[in-house]
Design a binder for this molecule. Structure first.
Ligand code: C2E
Ligand code: MG
Ligand code: MG
Ligand code: MG
Length: 291
């Protein structure tokens, strides 16, 4: 009973509610085994050409198929991954699986480009550009099969290194998008200096756009800004047909959102693509709501 009493004694000096810390520790242990046991899965959300309705590619979004807690979304675990220094490992897993799926799609006659999200911490690795190139080559994929999404915090974190790594990624022909544009410590300087191809406007501007004049003004001027810099503009968070139409009217190039499709497992995306082709063949509107 000695252990028990000492544990009880220890408890006295602990903060009253330590369940949070215990939970974090448990999550950390679980994350380590999740990486080993392959519990991370990717869902894919189409990126649609808002002018033609064509599918431009897909974004890979990670989920954790937890053995007891069910399917977990990034909000529930990415911060812990980051804190525990496991982001580099997760990025490797995600990148490999995204490219495996891209290769499957390419082999079945669907040359979809897959966009992968990179956090600031997973993009400090100097060997990343070469590793990405090697991963494409071993799968027989062209550079156009991969797109890299980075956030503004990365672009601002370590300018010299960020610039160098991105330049070497992009020099292989891989396109770079700035994710959640408008929410970070935005600076016009990086738009001038950094090697990027696309701005992805955060959905906090897009979703209220049809009811909020300021949000709408920001969206339309961001389209102009992107185009005058020679960049394409993507809007995320398109939840209805009105937002789709307004964005298309502003000249926005691409869009993502629940209106077209939620992020779904690859087999479901295949069915979505097939349905869409069938609709196109009978002349139904390409912007059909599917979910
Ligand atoms: P993100 O890259 O900006 O991805 C867009 C998020 O918006 C996704 O949330 C997506 O499901 C959601 N979304 C898409 N369309 C709509 C819509 O019409 N309405 C609303 N309300 N939401 C929409 P998700 O999948 O929960 O991912 C959240 C964030 O987690 C991502 O934001 C990204 O920053 C991060 N993330 C996801 N997968 C990865 C990954 O593999 N690696 C890293 N480093 N981060 C990831
Ligand atoms: Mg993204
Ligand atoms: Mg985004
Ligand atoms: Mg976002």
């Amino acid at each position: 009973y000695k252990a028990k009493s000492s544990r009880t004694g220890h408890h006295v000096y602990r903060p009253i509610d330590d369940s949070h810390g215990d939970k974090r520790l448990r999550t950390l242990e679980e994350l380590r085994s999740a990486l080993v046991d392959d519990e991370f899965v990717l869902h894919y959300q189409p990126k649609i050409d808002l002018q033609s309705g064509a599918v431009r590619g897909v974004e890979a979004l990670v989920r954790w198929q937890h053995p007891t807690r069910g399917l977990l979304y990034p909000d529930a675990f990415l911060a812990v991954v980051e804190e525990s220094g496991l982001m580099h490992d997760l990025t490797q897993v995600v990148l490999a699986e995204a490219l495996n799926q891209a290769a499957r799609w390419h082999r079945s006659g669907k040359p979809l480009s897959v966009a992968v999200n990179f956090s600031a911490s997973s993009l400090v690795d100097e060997s990343l550009p070469e590793r990405i190139g090697e991963m494409l080559r071993t799968r027989g994929l062209p550079a156009s099969a991969l797109q890299v999404e980075v956030t503004e915090d990365f672009l601002m974190s370590d300018r010299g290194r960020a610039h160098d790594i991105l330049t070497r990624v992009r020099s292989q022909g891989i396109r770079i998008a700035v994710d959640d544009f408008g929410t970070g410590y935005s600076s016009l300087a990086y738009l001038r200096d950094l090697p990027i191809d696309q701005l992805k406007l955060d959905r906090s501007f897009v979703t209220p756009m049809t009811t909020d004049a300021r949000a709408s003004a920001l969206v339309s001027s961001t389209v102009v800004l992107a185009h005058s810099l020679g960049l394409t503009m993507v809007a995320e968070g398109i939840e209805d047909g009105e937002a789709f139409a307004v964005l298309a009217g502003y000249g926005c190039d691409e869009g993502q959102g629940y209106f077209m499709s939620r992020p779904v497992p690859p087999d479901q995306l295949d069915r979505w693509l097939t349905d869409r082709e069938a609709d196109a063949a009978v002349g139904a509107p390409a912007r059909r709501r599917t979910l």
